[in-house]
Design a binder for this molecule. Structure first.
Ligand SMILES: O=C(CO)[C@H](O)[C@H](O)COP(=O)(O)O
Ligand SMILES: [Fe+2]
Length: 220
């Protein structure tokens, strides 16, 4: 079994929204490559964020960064083309809404992008199983999606460990990403449980040094 390298993907949802380009610059200057880009539609989640035109401009400014696009939308399949053309590196869709999920995963791959699948904190990890052979990454939301700056759910470690066990049993190598409420204080235990791809918004933009030090300590 290949061990995935540890990746930190800062979420620019927590950055100054009038200076998103500078936020990606800060991520790059920290020696990181992944940028987590949260898209909210005010239906699947009770909030609105950025559309493809934001991604397009950031991609122009930062051609070498890896844009991890998290679609919190009821109809993500209608926007794959738009986010792929705008410069997504990976598109991550939720399992919960009613849309052609398997076809959408296939479409994302056919466009030459990495593909991710995501579940909310109350969705069983085992519901992911039929789709896992077809994804590069599976993401566990560790807060209810919709807002940054929340506290991580209590059963995050159990859910990460369950997904890691499923990955072993299925003999797959997809990345295990976690999203929401990650801090310098709780990140080590999440990594020990099996997370290899860490989204952090508030912690990265407000407590940069502490978060980077905590991750570096786990990356030895
Ligand atoms: O998808 C998200 C919210 O729905 C964000 O990626 C997530 O909340 C990251 O922000 P923070 O690290 O501040 O919790
Ligand atoms: Fe996210």
């Amino acid at each position: 079994m290949v061990k995935n390298s540890l990746v930190l993907a800062p979420s620019i949802l927590a950055a100054d929204c009038a200076a998103l380009g500078d936020a990606v610059g800060k991520i790059k200057n920290a020696g990181l490559k992944w940028v987590h880009f949260d898209v909210m539609d005010a239906h699947f989640v009770p909030n609105l964020s950025f559309g493809p035109q934001f991604l397009k401009r950031l991609r122009e400014l930062y051609p070498d960064m890896f844009f991890d696009v998290h679609l919190m939308m009821d109809n993500p399949h209608l926007y794959i083309d738009a986010f792929a053309s705008a410069g997504a590196s990976l598109i991550n869709v939720h399992l919960e809404p009613d849309f052609p999920l398997a076809e959408t995963l296939r479409e994302i791959h056919l466009k030459g992008l990495k593909v991710g699948i995501t579940i909310k904190p109350k969705t069983s990890v085992f519901e992911l199983a039929p789709y896992l052979p077809f994804v590069d990454l599976a993401m566990l939301m560790t807060v209810e999606p919709g807002f940054g700056g929340q506290t991580i759910v209590e059963n995050a470690h159990e859910r990460i460990a369950a997904l890691k066990k499923l990955r072993e049993e299925m003999k797959l190598n997809f990345r295990i990403e976690i999203d929401g409420g990650v801090t310098a204080q709780n990140v080590s235990n999440c990594i020990k449980a099996g997370a290899d791809t860490i989204v952090a918004g508030t912690a990265f933009f407000k407590h940069t040094d502490e978060l980077l030090a905590a991750i570096a300590a786990e990356n030895k």
